[in-house]
Design a protein around this ligand. Structure first.
Ligand code: BGC
Length: 434
């Protein structure tokens, strides 16, 4: 590991998602999914980190972390508890939370859809029913009309590729479907909704007098797919197309590509993202498999690479190559909207953080416009199917007592946020092997 220096205007932060930390909301699809017993450790998002009642305490954690920016999401089911009925109480709650960030010099980046949805939306057919995306767009309008004066940076959707794959192909997430045709339908609906939301956010903020300062994007889960055999290489290309390309082209260029359905969508050549949000975690080796239910491929680890607690390969060079690839293709600023490690003992987190940031610094040095890094995540939280078993937090969270304790990796990250560099002294103090 070598020391690095990040540009002065580079912002470092943390990322969270409402469902994973807030607790207390029964009006969303994930609560129902937990009640139905789908979570590996039997836990439920109803507890999470009780963040809804601990906003001030958790803002203190952010202050201690020295972050310049924080990415958080809004819970649609709280803001719109019934179709067409909005809660001024919920929006006020979020307004206060956002104001607290701003007051403390922390720039908010707000996600409108991070996997969870109101139960009523799902009961009305969700994204599978044509026309339902208007509900999402009404919610977007309401939010921007109420928070758009405070927040200039928005993410419409978090990881639409993961959302459609797990919820509509593998049946592992709500709503639990296993149909390719459904996933294609949802994917095209989400792309169209993103394009419209992009325009809505810009136009409302323009009416408010904030023209020129608004930035709207999305956060895409990007993996490195690699093949070691001929078939593996071919399948990696296919995986890259179906998992990344379809979404990137759709969301950035409003270009609905095969096999998605254009159905009523008018393509206007323009750009519908002011930045590209990349959530980067790992690399997968792809091999051919005879199983049609697994779309004729299997995914395996690389025995040579170190793993996180969930068995994911740690491959820091990947963040360098994905940033370069998408910057060269679209020439839009890159935000790393998520990157982190499940590491309960914290034995790998310091190295993980530094090696990924070192690769970012290298790409920036070569002219790649990477402007932000959001570490996933502030504190251990409700990790979807893995429940409370995963430990991605810079702070450990004891879910019984709700006590938060900073991990050594958290201390190191707070120093990096403050200094915008990694020094030899920091390496001596925090890194096991340089
Ligand atoms: C998601 C987060 C999740 C993280 C770790 C990302 O795919 O956006 O919500 O907790 O990965 O699995």
């Amino acid at each position: 590991m070598e020391s690095f220096v990040l540009p002065e205007d580079f912002l470092l932060g943390t990322a969270t998602a409402s469902l994973q930390i807030e607790g207390g909301d029964k009006n969303n699809t994930w609560y129902k999914w937990c009640e139905e017993g789908h979570i590996k450790d039997g836990s439920s998002c109803i507890t999470a980190c009780d963040h809804w009642n601990r906003v001030e305490q958790d803002t203190e954690l952010l202050i201690q972390m020295n972050v310049n920016t924080h990415r958080m999401s809004l819970e649609w089911s709280r803001i719109e508890p019934k179709a067409g009925e909005f809660s001024s109480e919920a929006i006020e709650h979020y307004r206060n939370e956002i104001n607290l960030l701003i007051k403390n010099g922390i720039k908010p980046l707000i996600t409108l859809h991070h996997f969870s949805e109101p139960l009523w939306f799902y009961e009305m057919g969700g994204w599978l029913k044509t026309g339902n995306s208007n509900y999402f767009l009404e919610y977007v309008k309401y939010v921007i009309e109420h928070l758009g004066d405070e927040v200039c940076e928005w993410i419409t959707f978090n990881e639409p590729n993961v959302y459609t794959k797990f919820g509509y192909i593998f049946g592992l997430w709500p709503p639990g479907h296993r149909k390719l045709s459904m996933s294609s339908k949802v994917c095209s609906e989400i792309i169209k909704a993103h394009v419209k939301a992009y325009q809505i956010i810009h136009s409302i903020r323009k009416e408010m007098g904030f023209n020129g300062k608004t930035r709207v994007g999305f956060a895409m889960h990007i993996r490195i797919f690699c093949g070691v055999t001929f078939m593996g290489r071919l399948l990696s290309k296919a995986a890259d197309y179906f998992f990344h390309e379809l979404y990137m082209e759709g969301m950035i260029k409003s270009n609905i590509k095969f096999p998605l359905s254009v159905n009523g969508h008018k393509h206007t050549a323009a750009t519908y993202a002011d930045f590209i949000g990349i959530n980067y975690y790992t690399r997968n080796i792809i091999e051919f498999s005879f199983s049609p239910s697994n779309l004729f491929h299997s995914i395996r680890n690389d025995n040579e690479l170190d793993k996180n607690d969930l068995g994911w390969d740690i491959y820091p060079e990947g963040i360098y190559s994905v940033c370069k690839k998408y910057y060269e293709r679209y020439r839009l600023p890159i935000y790393i909207t998520e990157n982190g490690i499940s590491d309960k003992s914290d034995s790998k987190r310091p190295n993980f953080i530094c090696s990924h940031l070192a690769n970012i610094a290298k790409a920036i040095g070569e002219g790649t416009e990477i402007q932000r890094y959001y570490h996933w995540t502030l504190m251990d939280n409700f990790e979807w199917l893995d429940g409370q078993e995963a430990n991605f937090g810079l702070y450990h969270c004891n879910f019984e007592t709700q006590e938060r304790t900073i991990r050594p990796g958290g201390n190191l990250y707070s120093m990096i946020c403050k200094e915008k560099k990694l020094t030899d002294e920091m390496m001596d103090e925090f890194l096991k092997a340089k």
